[in-house]
Structure formats: structure tokens, C-alpha cells
Design a protein around this ligand. Sequence first.
Ligand SMILES: Nc1ncnc2c1ncn2[C@@H]1O[C@H](COP(=O)(O)OP(=O)(O)OP(=O)(O)O)[C@@H](O)[C@H]1O
Ligand SMILES: [Mg+2]
Ligand SMILES: [Zn+2]
Length: 273
Amino acid sequence: MVSKDSSKSSKKCKDEESCPEENPQKNVKCCLAVMSGKGGVGKSLVTGLLAVTLRKAGFKVGILDADLTGPSIPKMFGIKKRATGSNGKILPIESYSGIKVMSLNLLLDKEDDAVIWRGPVIAGAIKQFWTDVVWGDLDYLLIDLPPGTADAPLTVMQSIPLSGVVVVSSPQDLAVMIVKKALQMTRKLDIPVLGLVENMSYACCPKCGEKISFFGESNVDEITEQYAIELLAEIPIDPKISKLCDEGKIEDYDISFLNKAREVLEKALKDRK
Ligand SMILES: Nc1ncnc2c1ncn2[C@@H]1O[C@H](COP(=O)(O)OP(=O)(O)OP(=O)(O)O)[C@@H](O)[C@H]1O
Ligand SMILES: [Mg+2]
Ligand SMILES: [Zn+2]
């Protein structure tokens, strides 16, 4: 159960029965989850870029990598150090620009060790990332959810007090149905959707700069209209992105196309209940 003095976290979690104990060593104002209906659409990338944008705007930001079987946040930020802890508390690792990161990768002996845990163990580990990590004072904790609408994302949504969700999609036809499924899940759990980020929306011709849509016309309008949500950003396919991610230098990317997303996230911080 949430203790009485935990009100500093934005709100109580959804499922009081399984609600983990609060951690006095954290004061997180706004927890936001980044979700996608399916894997590989760039959810981790969007989580990373949103964190970088907010950090550049002067906010205190953390990333909780809840994708335990495919953690990719530390690599993106070039974090090689292992996390340390004492008395049952774990210290997050700070990135180059001061973003606090916790990921299962930071706790494994070798970062490419495979994790073959069963559902309940995964759920327990995710809860511990919330309860046992010394997050300290944060304006935002961004949570990179595992892909899809299965157990693990559900665990996060029920056990961490979320102020909102950002949904990531890619412009393939097939993805529409899957995005809708993700949106239905957030509706059922009564978590506000801050908006949709479309990744790999287009590419720019290296010769003339013209926008090219690889996947045909985007159907993102259909989703945003039907669900009355905002389109926060359209991210191009950019070889620079994958290069910087591979090199662990995502913080060097110039992300002007996330300005609107940042404004919406700033509003979520101000308006949080
Ligand atoms: N817009 C883009 N331009 C170039 N490369 C991209 C772009 N978006 C994602 N990538 C690359 O595609 C790969 C997959 O992206 P990412 O890890 O963010 O996807 P994900 O949705 O988190 O995947 P998973 O479901 O496995 O967690 C990464 O290596 C990333 O560098
Ligand atoms: Mg990922
Ligand atoms: Zn051209």
C-alpha cells in the first residue's frame, strides 16, 4: 500500500493491493511511460530523445528501463558502469548530461547476459526499480516499457503512479490496429495519453532534401482523430540517429522536431494531479 506521506509522487498507483512500498529516497514529480503496440518501432529511441530534450531544457530527468528482456537505454547513452547499492537500495547511473538511468543491464555482470526470467520475477524487478532505486529529486521519470500490451507493461501501469503515457508508432498499415490496442489498454486503466510520436515517418533525400515516405501515406491522422489525441512529433529515418545510438552518443543529437512534444510534457508536469 502507498504510505500516507507518499503524496509527493504525483498520485497513487492503480492497484492498491499490489502497490509497492514507497521509497523515501525519491521525490518524482511526473512519471511518464513510453509505450508501443509492438516491438521495434523506436520506443527506446523516443524515450531517450524525450529525456535528452527535457534535460536540455533544464529539468531533472531519470529513465527507468522497464524492458528487462531487451534493455537498450544504457547503450544509447554510452553507460558502461555497473550500478552499485547498499542496504537494499540501488544507485542509478548518471549519463553524460546528468540523466539518471536504471536498467537491468547495469546490474548484470556482462551487459549482454540473457535474462530468461518468468513473468512474476520480471514484475518484481520492475517494482524494485521503482521502490529501491535512489532516484532523488526528479521532475520526470520516463519509463521505457516493454513492447506490446502483455503482462510486463501492465505491471508498470498498475504499480507505478503514471501521470501519462506517450505512444510510439511507425507508419505501417499493420501498426494501426496494434496502436489502437495500446490506446484501449491505457483507457481501461484510466491513464491519460499525452499523445502519439510517429517514428520513421519519412526520410530526407540526401541530394535535394525532399521528404520521402517509405511506407506510403501515413495513417497517423486516422488514429489521432479517432482517439482524440495529439500528434507530438514525426521523427524521420536518419542514419545519424542509429549511428549515435550505436556509439552511445544520443545526447549529441539535435532534436528540434521534439519541441512540441516537450511543450506537452511540460504541461503534463504543471497540470499533474
Ligand atoms: N528514426 C530512426 N532513424 C534511424 N534509426 C532508427 C530510428 N528509430 C529507431 N532507429 C534504430 O532502430 C533500432 C530500434 O529502435 P529502438 O530500440 O528504439 O526500438 P524499440 O521499439 O525500443 O524496440 P524494442 O521493441 O526491441 O524495445 C535502434 O537501433 C535505433 O537506433
Ligand atoms: Mg526498446
Ligand atoms: Zn532528391
